[in-house]
Design a protein around this ligand. Structure first.
Ligand SMILES: Cc1ncc(C[n+]2csc(CCOP(=O)(O)OP(=O)(O)O)c2C)c(N)n1
Ligand SMILES: [Mg+2]
Length: 413
């Protein structure tokens, strides 16, 4: 990708400038990465030196015409491919409806995964059921793969009496214990060191759980990222460290978060095998995650993965990206759209059709509408019922500290 605008250098330091601003023409350079370019190292012996090319290249399976090839092709069954497509479509349609709910005052806030659906879906499908997921707010899709009901997700977004976190979290900051999906944190980045710690505990206990975690390009500028990667480098626990480089951190371009364009390469000096993967290629994401899981499970330690993608939608329902980037920027992203790419692939191998796709979309839309109707039987945002105020004081501390107890008594709850 070329950096169009000039960084500003003042008083001996540099202030990065985004390559493209509203009204300008997007200038992503076309990708010259092909599925055959990068070999698959042996996960049980691979060292960081074996991945130097992978950290600066791009692991891909699907080419621009939807043809799968190369060593990273996971050779999934048509059934699994269709399931992946279904979950991605489910997430997109769910997001679309929920965003409309937010716009009509039925939810207070919302965040979509638009353009990034392949990440949570493919990567969770590539893991085992017992594995731990430490997501950001941009990977709610893991929960569909792990079987969470949509009604339960909507109950949380509304904050009604059936919200499993009883209104303590913002909407889309899900937690899903049965699916080993750890609570999304509003302060970004905290999940990275926590995930490494949990993976260390798994190694210590000798259990068979692998941990995966994601962090955004922006949040990877925080200390949390660097000390998590350092702990992973030293203790070599079974963890998969993913940096989702979607080009933006709200209105801040990714060039504010790293002095080098290549986020994957930051794992190399830590001695961790590091890969850059096409984040809109379902098959490549599945494959690299399977590889990293196998490596982790065999006691070889961490894998560091930069997932190269583009945040097609706004950061959240509170953001207006047309203020800071060209409105049609996503249309020029060289990785295209993850759903279209898997759909094209399935059609090209004779395992899907446009008609089936339309039927699927209709079925999923009905599923979302029915789930919303059921959720509001447990209370809506305007009228409740909501969790009782007394729950502010319960279920956080095992023993309530005196100052919280004092506040509770003051409130008379
Ligand atoms: C510690 C902390 N700092 C700032 C914020 C405000 N904030 C929320 S999301 C965000 C941008 C994160 O961007 P990135 O890490 O790239 O993730 P993305 O939203 O692109 O998935 C910021 C600055 C926060 N929630 N927590
Ligand atoms: Mg980002």
């Amino acid at each position: 990708m070329s950096e169009g605008q000039q960084d500003e250098r003042t008083d001996g330091f540099t202030v990065p400038e985004a390559p493209c601003r509203p009204g300008e023409r997007s200038n992503f350079e076309p990708w010259d990465y092909h599925p055959e370019d990068l070999k698959k190292p042996n996960p049980n012996t691979c060292t960081f030196e074996d991945t130097i090319e992978h950290a600066s290249g791009l692991v891909r399976v699907l080419d621009d015409e939807g043809v799968a090839s190369g060593e990273w092709d996971p050779k999934l069954s048509a059934e699994d491919l269709r399931l992946g497509l279904e979950h991605m479509c489910r997430l997109r349609i769910f997001d679309d409806r929920m965003m409309k709910m937010q716009r009509t005052g039925k939810l207070s806030f919302y965040m979509r995964s638009l353009g990034e659906e392949a990440i949570a879906i493919a990567q969770t499908m590539a893991l085992e059921e017992q594995d731990w997921l430490f997501p950001t707010y941009r990977q709610p899709g893991c929960q569909f793969v792990r079987g969470r009901s949509m009604v339960s997700m909507i109950n949380h977004c509304i904050g009604n009496v059936e919200d499993n976190v009883k209104g303590r979290q913002m909407p889309v900051h899900y937690t899903y214990r049965d699916g080993h999906y750890i609570s999304v944190s509003s302060p970004v980045g905290t999940q990275f060191p926590q995930a490494v710690g949990v993976a260390m505990a798994s190694a210590y206990k000798g259990d068979d759980q692998v941990t995966i975690t994601w962090i955004g390009d922006g949040a990877s500028a925080e200390g949390d990222y660097h000390y998590a990667v350092n702990f992973a480098s030293v203790f070599k626990p079974p963890v998969i460290l993913c940096v989702v480089n979607n080009q933006w951190a709200i209105s801040t371009h990714r060039n504010f978060a790293s002095g080098i364009e290549n986020f994957a390469a930051r794992g190399i000096p830590y001695g961790i095998p590091s890969f850059r993967v096409d984040g809109n290629d379902f098959l490549a994401l599945y494959s690299i995650t399977k590889w990293a899981r196998e490596r982790a499970a065999s006691g070889m330690g961490a894998t560091h993965i930069e997932i190269l993608t583009y945040r097609t939608g706004a950061h959240s329902s509170s953001d207006d990206p047309s203020r800071y980037r060209p409105a049609d920027d996503h249309e020029y992203w060289p990785g295209g759209d993850p759903i279209e790419r898997l759909k094209t692939h399935l059609i090209s191998i004779g395992e899907w059709s446009e008609e089936q796709h339309l039927d699927l979309e209709q079925k999923l839309d009905e599923e979302v509408v029915a789930a919303y109707k059921e959720a509001v039987t447990h209370g809506d945002l305007a009228n409740g019922p909501w969790p009782p105020a007394s729950t502010i004081f319960t279920e956080v501390y095992e023993e309530i500290p005196w100052h919280i107890q004092e506040q509770r008594e003051e409130l008379g709850k």
